[in-house]
Design a binder for this molecule. Structure first.
Ligand SMILES: [Zn+2]
Ligand SMILES: [Zn+2]
Ligand SMILES: [Zn+2]
Length: 299
C-alpha cells in the first residue's frame, strides 16, 4: 500500500456514459471525435488500493485498465443501488470456477445499505431456496449492511468510513461517503443534490475532528444555471447538482471548517445532458480552482 492513499477515478460519467449509449447530441459527437479524457465510463473510485467505491457496469474495464491497483481491493463500499453504481451479477465472477486463480486470499467484503442487499438478492442468480448469504459464501464474498449516519472501520486497511444521507432516490437509502485511510480523508459526494440539513448537522459535528483532503461533488448537470452554460436548461438542485449548487456546497464545507487548508476540490459524475464537453468543463472549473474528474485521474 502506498504511503499516501490516492483517490483514483475509475470512471467519471453519469448513468449513460459519455459518449452515451444511443445518443448523438453535440457533447457525445464531440467527445467521440476528440477521445482521451472526453470518453467517460460510469463513475466509481479506488482509494488506496484496498477500497473501491461503487461497483458499476464498467468494473471489468477498470480491472483491465488499472489491474495493479484493483488487485489490492478488499472492500467495495456501495453508495447506492442504481445501475450505474452496482452491477450485482458481475460479483459472481469473484467465485472459484470464474476467477480460477483467486487474486488474493480472504473474502471481498461488499458494504451497502438495505436496498443494495435487496438488489443483490434479486440479481445474483440464487437457486430455489438458496439464501444470499450462501451464494455470497460460495463466491468468497462477505456482506456488511450499513445505514446513513454510521461510522465503521475497515481494520485490515487502517480505514474508517463515515456515511451521510444523500439527496437522491430516497428508496435506495443513498449515502455520501467520507473515507479516512492512513490519515488521509476523501469525501465522495455523488450521487446527490443539495445535501439535506440532517447531513449538514452530522458533517458540522465533525469540525475539529476530521479535515477533508480531497472533496468530490456531483456535477451531473455541468454548469447548467450559470451564464456561461451552452444549454438554457435550469440548474440541477435536487437529486443531482450543477455548478450553482456545487459552488454553494464547497463554500459551506469550507465555512464549516471541514476542508483541509490544501484540500483538493473536484467535480465528477458528468452527464452529456449537462451540455458541456470535458474541455468546456475544464475552462469553466479550473479558473475557480476546481479539478474536473476524468477516467484515470488520480488525486
Ligand atoms: Zn449515478
Ligand atoms: Zn449525448
Ligand atoms: Zn444514482
Amino acid at each position: 500500500m502506498p504511503e499516501t492513499p490516492k483517490l483514483l477515478f475509475l470512471g467519471s460519467a453519469a448513468a449513460e456514459g459519455v459518449p452515451a449509449l444511443f445518443c448523438n447530441c453535440r457533447v457525445c459527437r464531440e467527445a467521440a471525435a476528440r477521445g482521451g479524457p472526453e470518453i467517460r465510463s460510469r463513475t466509481s473510485y479506488n482509494f488506496g488500493g484496498a477500497v473501491q467505491i461503487d461497483f458499476g457496469p464498467d468494473s471489468l474495464q477498470a480491472w483491465q485498465r488499472y489491474r495493479n491497483v484493483m488487485c489490492e481491493v478488499r472492500h467495495i463500499v456501495v453508495t447506492h443501488a442504481h445501475e450505474d453504481h452496482l452491477q450485482p451479477s458481475d460479483l459472481l465472477y469473484h467465485g472459484l470456477g470464474f476467477a480460477s486463480v483467486p487474486f488474493r486470499d480472504g473474502p471481498l467484503t461488499i458494504h451497502g445499505t438495505a436496498p443494495t442487499r435487496a438488489r443483490m438478492e434479486r440479481e445474483m442468480w440464487l437457486r430455489p431456496g438458496e439464501s444470499l448469504d450462501h451464494r455470497m459464501e460460495e463466491s468468497k464474498l462477505a456482506l456488511h449492511e450499513f445505514h446513513p449516519f454510521e461510522e465503521f472501520e475497515l481494520p485490515d486497511c487502517n480505514a474508517v468510513v463515515r456515511t451521510f444521507a444523500a439527496d437522491h432516490a430516497p428508496a435506495l437509502d443513498p449515502c455520501l461517503l467520507m473515507v479516512t485511510m492512513n490519515g488521509r480523508t476523501v469525501f465522495v459526494g455523488n450521487d446527490s443534490g443539495v445535501f439535506p440539513e440532517t447531513t449538514w448537522n452530522a458533517l458540522e459535528s465533525l469540525r475539529g475532528k476530521v479535515e477533508i483532503d480531497v472533496a468530490v461533488l456531483d456535477d451531473t448537470g455541468a454548469f447548467l444555471g450559470m451564464p456561461e452554460s451552452p444549454s438554457p436548461e435550469p440548474p440541477y438542485e435536487s437529486n443531482h447538482m450543477s455548478a450553482p449548487a456545487v459552488i454553494r456546497t464547497f463554500d459551506r464545507l469550507a465555512s464549516a471548517g471541514l476542508l483541509a487548508p490544501d484540500c483538493i476540490r473536484a467535480v465528477n459524475h458528468f452527464s452529456h445532458n449537462g451540455g458541456a464537453t470535458h474541455r468546456e468543463l475544464c475552462d469553466f472549473w479550473e479558473k475557480r480552482g476546481i479539478v474536473v474528474g476524468h477516467d484515470g485521474l488520480s488525486l
